[in-house]
Design a protein around this ligand. Structure first.
Ligand SMILES: *Cc1c(COP(=O)(O)O)cnc(C)c1O
Length: 234
């Protein structure tokens, strides 16, 4: 079973790396410019272990309890843990105690608690501002509006144990990803003009990584194309 799973993950990982390499070549970018974050949500720590053995260095999780447990179980692997889910205010400090990168900071209100958690864990935690690419008013949208991005970024910059590293976004549902990622690239460039260290653009999932790479993504977050369909849906 484990040998089969390893072979399966090795093949899908190779295919995803090939897609990234092709997308980089098509965009005239070097493949080293794009970091693969494998999204392991809903999959067991045993898969994380196999992925680490296959050379994966960064993993993404979107639910606090699951992420916390898996990060603890895999603490020996030296992975970079990216928190990519929506953050409840009362969980923010706890998330900053194990996450190496918090990609989904979408409001100023989270910053104090994230900073406290990072400080208590004795580390500096990298943070991205999650930018909403959905039309205003859409139900269930997550991320800061373009007008709020600067305020969230300024709050992160002020926080002693957090480092503002850039932006993250998810393409809008049911719409072409490319124009949304082009907009994200503009938001990212504006942010960089004010905060030169904010160089990360996390965009692109299994279905749209090529568009994201074409629009300058530095990080892609890939789940199902590596791990297969998620075993449970919410
Ligand atoms: C689940 C998830 C991903 C990965 O999605 P796939 O389509 O499985 O590649 C990326 N980003 C976020 C924010 C997610 O929640």
């Amino acid at each position: 079973m484990t040998a089969d799973r390893r072979a399966e993950l090795e093949a899908s990982l190779a295919a995803v790396r090939e897609r990234i390499a092709r997308a980089c070549a098509a965009a005239g970018r070097s493949a080293e410019e794009v970091t693969l974050v494998v999204v392991t949500k809903f999959f067991p720590a045993s898969d994380v272990r196999i992925l680490a053995d296959l050379g994966v260095r960064a993993v993404g999780e979107n639910r606090h309890q699951e992420a916390e447990a898996k990060a603890a179980e895999c603490a020996d692997l030296g992975l970079s843990w990216h928190f990519i889910g929506s953050i409840q205010s009362n969980k923010a400090a706890a998330i900053a105690r194990y996450a190496d990168v918090v990609e989904s900071v979408d409001r100023v209100k989270l910053v104090g608690a994230l900073d406290r958690g990072a400080h208590e864990s004795g580390r500096a935690v990298d943070c991205l501002v999650q930018v909403s690419l959905d039309p205003p008013g859409r139900a269930g949208r997550s991320g800061a509006d373009a007008s709020d991005v600067r305020r969230v970024a300024a709050a992160l910059e002020e926080a002693g144990s957090l480092r503002l590293r850039g932006v993250m976004a998810v393409a809008p549902l049911g719409e072409p990803a490319r124009p949304a990622f082009e907009h994200l690239a503009e938001v990212a460039a504006q942010l960089r003009a004010e905060h030169p260290g904010a160089t990360v653009v996390s965009a692109g999932m299994s279905g749209d990584l090529e568009d994201a790479v074409a629009c300058g993504a530095t990080h892609v977050r890939i789940g199902s194309a590596v791990l297969g369909p998620r075993p449970v849906t919410r």
